[in-house]
Write a protein that binds this ligand. Structure first.
Ligand code: ATP
Ligand code: MG
Length: 139
């Protein structure tokens, strides 16, 4: 391994809009190496498990409904300082507040439909990568 990992998803709205190819190309252009990759359609229960740290928050219901509304792309990415650099690379949670040139500015529609997910810590990255991928899929 030449760096650390982060976990990302291309969310249902961006996937259904046909942005997958462009977004993956931007990840690679940004120096992120794809370690694992799959398309998957989460149940509401699985989306709820993935976002369990937000359980009880006012947006939890909307978030888990949205994340189980259509297929997503899940991926593990590797780069030096991957978690922190990727959060900057994708931009602020609300696309309206994201910097020019970031993924969420380019492909996000709203606070909920913000195109992509990015892990918020190394611990989260490990948990999230393990939630979606077996060791065989990330070798
Ligand atoms: P993500 O975890 O998806 O990468 P994030 O780490 O930038 O996003 P979180 O605070 O973890 O933001 O929130 C998870 C998701 O919940 C956000 O991506 C967003 O779609 C949604 N969300 C967060 N805050 C709000 C809010 N105040 N109102 C509606 N939706 C929200
Ligand atoms: Mg988060």
């Amino acid at each position: 391994m030449t760096g650390t990992i982060t976990f990302t998803m291309i969310k249902p709205s961006a996937f259904s809009a046909g942005f997958t190819g462009n977004i993956l190309a931007r990840f690679e252009e940004g120096g992120y190496k794809i370690i694992a990759l799959k398309k998957i359609f989460l149940t509401k229960e699985q989306a709820g498990q993935f976002y369990e740290m937000h359980q009880g928050k006012p947006f939890y219901e909307e978030l888990t409904n949205f994340m189980s509304s259509g297929p997503i792309i899940a991926a593990i990415l590797e780069k030096e300082n991957a978690v922190e650099s990727f959060r900057k690379f994708i931009g602020a949670t609300d696309p309206a507040k994201a910097d020019e040139g970031t993924i969420r500015k380019l492909y996000g529609k709203s606070l909920s439909e913000n195109a992509v997910h990015g892990s918020d810590s190394d611990e989260s990255a490990q948990r999230e990568a393990g939630f979606f991928f077996s060791s065989l899929e990330r070798s």
